[in-house]
Design a protein around this ligand. Structure first.
Ligand code: SAH
Length: 395
């Protein structure tokens, strides 16, 4: 039988040896043994030396994702070790006891390409984004049951990027039941209802945990504007931190509905809170025309540039909202601004905000650089895992 394998083009072993997990179609000389989607294949360098084992993805530009560069078999035992290591990697976060919502597995950065796993109390939400993880799905589910004994595993593989891997979307209850009376997590002393089935992503933006808490510390006595507020992460922290007022804006009606419930859930009196449903790009202009002003403004938009090809257009969008926000800031005010776009580097993001400040005729100083929380680790050999950039700037 012919071995299932990928023969790399000359010189293209470099990135594999540098432990980058993606093998692009352009690096592939030949595919042997007719592997199916997601099957494990050997990776050969130009001298026919086996340098890795990877999951084959016939439809994707990322033609294979490396499981290992060691001489180990990719089987249930292998996956169990990777998953266990990933769970253990979060031990210090668990011990801190600051949250009951944790990202347990962050794909490539945890050595599990295409697999995302979030834990909300005893509920696990799983997202499978690659052909390789899809191929191992049954084993992965079995391992999760063994290691965590969860009340419920829910799959939210309902994202378009699966199409690039030749996979259709899937959203279903895998095992157990979602909590009957709703799911409420607690993060830094604040409670949030999580809509695992209907919410965005897996229900919550876990990656902003530390940054939400920072805003709590900035808010006392301030008028705060929270743009792209979703279910109110920054809003609740600002209210809990003693803000004078918080204006929250998002285009999603269900998210805002949940924000209202979250305010009640935390006994935060809502006279200080104003909520507007609408497009941030338009509303910032409206606030400008109304001569409204704020002490603290949070900008946490969705990914404008998932990849580098959209960077230029996205840069204009980032600049637009940052420019408008800087103008709405009172002297001495604070801008907390983010980009979660893979296609925008930290350097570029800082340049965009600098350009916005320049056009607004304001001197802004960086008080702090922000990033994703520690359960979204950055793997140094996979810089793509570093995606959330944030700046706290003072006017
Ligand atoms: N800061 C939030 C997460 C924000 S996610 C937290 O801590 O939980 C980005 C949000 O932007 C989503 O809720 C989405 O509904 C909203 N959104 C996307 N485009 C928008 C637009 N043009 N105007 C207003 N909201 C928008």
């Amino acid at each position: 039988m012919i071995e299932k394998a990928i023969q790399l083009k000359k010189g293209r072993q470099k990135s594999v040896l540098a432990r980058h997990p993606w093998i692009f179609a352009s690096a592939v000389e030949r595919v042997d043994g007719n592997p199916g989607s997601g099957e494990t294949v050997l990776i050969f360098d130009e001298h026919r030396k086996s340098i890795a084992k990877a999951a084959y993805s016939p439809n994707s530009q990322i033609r294979a994702r490396v499981w290992t560069t060691s001489d180990e078999t990719v089987d249930r035992k292998f996956l169990e070790k990777r998953i266990r290591d990933s769970i253990n990697r979060r031990d210090s976060l668990r011990q801190e006891g600051k949250t009951t919502a944790l990202r347990l597995i962050y794909g490539e950065a945890d050595g599990l390409p295409g697999l995302v796993m979030d834990q909300y109390n005893k509920t696990i939400v799983m997202q499978i984004l690659s052909a390789g993880a899809e191929f191992q799905r049954n084993d992965i589910i079995g391992i999760l049951k063994d290691l965590l004994n969860p009340d419920c595993i829910y799959e939210r593989s309902d994202v378009e990027v699966r199409g690039l891997e030749g996979l259709s979307v899937r959203e279903e209850l895998v095992t157990g039941n979602l909590p009957e009376n709703g799911l409420v997590i607690e993060e830094n002393g604040i409670k949030y209802q999580i809509d695992v089935a209907g919410g965005q992503k897996t229900g919550f933006y876990i990656d902003q945990r530390d940054n939400r808490q920072k805003v709590s510390g900035l808010a006392h006595g301030k008028d705060v504007l929270n743009c792209f507020c979703y279910t109110g992460g920054f809003t609740l922290n600002a209210l809990a931190g003693g803000a004078k007022s918080v204006l929250s804006v998002d285009s999603s009606a269900p998210a805002l509905q949940q924000l209202k419930q979250n305010i009640a859930l935390n006994d935060l009196e809502d006279e200080r809170s104003e909520i507007i449903e609408g497009d941030v790009f338009k509303l910032l202009r409206l606030f400008r025309d109304q001569a409204r002003s704020f002490d603290v403004i949070v900008l946490d938009p969705p990914k404008f540039a998932p990849t580098i090809s959209q960077a230029e257009k996205a840069s204009r969008a980032y600049k637009d909202i940052n420019l408008l926000a800087i103008k709405l800031l009172r002297p001495g005010g604070i801008l907390v601004t983010f980009s979660c776009s893979g296609g925008i580097t930290r350097d570029l993001f800082q340049k965009i905000v600098a350009g916005a400040a320049l056009d607004a005729g304001a001197d802004l100083r960086i008080l702090e650089q922000l990033s994703q929380s520690a359960d979204h680790p950055v793997l140094l050999s996979f810089p793509e895992s570093f995606y959330l950039k944030g700046l706290i700037c003072k006017k």
